[in-house]
Design a protein around this ligand. Sequence first.
Ligand SMILES: Cc1ncc(COP(=O)(O)O)c(C=O)c1O
Length: 426
Amino acid sequence: MLSTRGASWAKISFNHGYQNSYDPVSNPNGVWLVQDDLAQFINTHCQFDKICCTYGEGFTGTIRLRNATAKHLNAHFKPAQSIDPEQITYAAGVTGLNEVCALVTCNPYSNDSILLGRPIYGSFSKDLTMRTGVTLEYVDVGDTDQFSVDCVAAYEAGFEAAKARGINIRALLICNPHNPLGQCYPRETLIGLMRLCASKGIHIISDEIYALSVYKWDDDNRPSEKFTSIREIDPTGIIDPRQVHVLYGMSKDFGACGMRLGCIISQNTEFTNATRAICRFSSPSQFAMEIAAKILEDQEYVTGLLEKSHRLLLHGRLVAEDLLAKANISFHKKGNAGFFLWLDLAPYLPLDETNGDAWAAERLLSKRFTAAGVIMATGEAYSAANPGRFRLIFSLREYAVREGRVFWDNDLGDVVLRVDLPGRRW
Ligand SMILES: Cc1ncc(COP(=O)(O)O)c(C=O)c1O
């Protein structure tokens, strides 16, 4: 017999054991293109002291790692006010810290909620709610570009509509660069959102885990977007800096989700203290922190790694775009960040088999992809407004993109698409 929550968690999917990653030679794991380089760096640079076998400095990030992270973020995020190591708190991944944000900004089971645009990273729906007693309010921006400053009005409308239903919005969560749309928020939109949060007296939490996975188009006709951290904007006259929090981690830019390291950067001492108090439940490994510190301290290496990553991401994106164009599949063309493309497979939904229920048809299509060895996150999992969207990962070696084999990212699973989609009965 389980508790009610235990019984409901028992129905939620999770990864356990071997994941079917693809490589034609040795079947290595490999969503990210720089993992070989990183593994080599770690194997040649890391020796561990016995201190790593202890609790070390506690559960919130070693001084060495927080110093190295501050240096890294100050170099790459160009913050208006430099980031002090004391503003940084580490935990075992951004996943846990997203939950912590919900825990420390919202009261449980009291109509407290977090505002998000959609589509958005699907795991937020679990990470922020499963253990917190907090609900999520998704804002539909309709035809508005969710990165333009016009989206601010949509968020305000979402806030007011929720309020009218008795929902207390406590925070706005954005993902910048965006997962799954791969776009960066322009500075003026960030300022608009910061002003909105200031006027409503709520926190703004910016998940910037893809901050340095932004590649540049080598085509003059396609302007590259620049990543602007929310910390790059001087909050003076816009918002109390204590309402602004940033999430970052090793999982994406370094291709090292296995390290299980994420951090939150906040100028709010009370928020930071609360976060640190509960980080004991998601403490990072001392070994992982040693490795990450070693990497981040070597900024020359980091620059080289990121340059390589950007080159390979651009190549992967161009290969995927080319294959999709040949297959006549529509996708979200904007953006130059992250590892994914947002496909529109609405024309392929088997509506005739689901009595016209398009969400059921999306699930059916997804099942057929899975059975055929092609696994992509669905639009439904990413809170898409319309059915038929799928998230395709292109950050694989080219042969994998071309062959369309299975690999896994997070617990939703992602895969490159077979390109013979049109005309095929899935
Ligand atoms: C936007 C976003 N935040 C957080 C995470 C999870 O980060 P971590 O591996 O540090 O838990 C992901 C992983 O896909 C993500 O896309």
